[in-house]
Write a protein that binds this ligand. Structure first.
Ligand code: SF4
Length: 277
């Protein structure tokens, strides 16, 4: 049982008392980019930036990377939740902050087909191609600027996230002629999920509707979905689910495996044991 007395409340309570010594003074940054997925952590991060660190609104930009690419390209939107674009518009209006949506020319499905395999926890090319590289490429167009990037990893999520440093110099940082400073801070690393949800509620911000079906706001068919989550999304998006299973056959590679043994998506959710009424 969670001890409510130990939970912190209010965005101010989550601002780090001592910022990493490699950072500039907060007021020295020209822009603060908050990478947003539409999840509750994204909202909490923006609230901590605004009310915890008191970063002026004029400096903050919400930046979202779509994994399916251009929404108007006519390509199948296989991985992005269909509600995410609308939710981010809502979030941008509610917080009165500009939203920038960016993507790579090739979406996740194309990257999977190009590589002939699905991403995995040890080869997470979905995140590197479609999130990390897309942001890095976009931010490299700006010179003579000091940028602070805020992302939302939290220690509670996994051991590997807990071990990662709270601050890094971003790969797009460029000294010399370009004079581009890109500093990367994870400001809600120590927040708990309960605190994140409470902060959103206290600020009257609705959560992304996907939380009705999954515990994390990520791709609808995320490689990390549990069997129960994948089962729910398969029923929500039956056409996409059939397409994904067909992809497994075409590629000769399954999204899921256990102890090195491939498991088809159908087997992963024990689809043959469903009862339809
Ligand atoms: S949400 Fe899951 S599938 Fe999507 S990019 Fe992240 S790790 Fe990959």
């Amino acid at each position: 049982m969670i001890n409510a007395m130990k939970l912190k409340r209010g965005a101010e309570a989550f601002a780090l008392q001592d910022l990493p010594s490699e950072m500039l003074q907060l007021e020295e940054y020209d822009e603060v980019h908050v990478n947003v997925s539409g999840g509750a952590d994204s909202v909490a991060r923006v609230l901590v930036a605004l009310h915890g660190y008191r970063i002026p609104k004029e400096k903050i930009k919400l930046v979202h990377m779509r994994v399916d690419g251009d929404p108007n390209s006519g390509k199948r939107q296989l991985f992005d939740w269909p509600q995410t674009d609308g939710y981010l518009e809502y979030m941008s209006k509610k917080l009165d902050l500009p939203l920038i949506v960016i993507w790579d020319e090739l979406g996740l499905e194309e990257r999977i087909r190009e590589r002939g395999m699905f991403p995995s926890s040890t080869c997470r090319f979905c995140t590197s191609y479609l999130k990390r590289d897309v942001y890095a490429k976009w931010v490299r167009q700006f010179d003579n600027i000091k940028i602070l990037l805020l992302t939302g990893e939290r220690s509670e999520e996994s051991k590997s996230r807990a071990e990662k440093p709270v601050f890094k110099i971003h790969s797009a940082n460029a000294t010399g002629k370009k004079s581009r400073i890109v500093h990367w801070l994870k400001p809600i690393k120590d927040m708990l999920k309960t605190e994140v949800r409470q902060l959103c509620a206290d600020n009257d911000i609705d959560l992304h509707p996907c939380y009705e079906w999954v515990t994390r706001c990520s791709c609808k068919f995320c490689i990390f979905n549990t069997s129960a989550e994948m089962s729910r999304t398969s029923q929500l998006f039956p056409d996409d689910w059939a397409y994904l299973k067909q992809m497994e056959q075409e590629l000769g590679h399954t999204m899921k495996s256990k102890d090195g043994i491939p498991h088809t998506l159908s087997a992963f959710i024990k689809e043959d044991q469903y009862t339809f009424f």
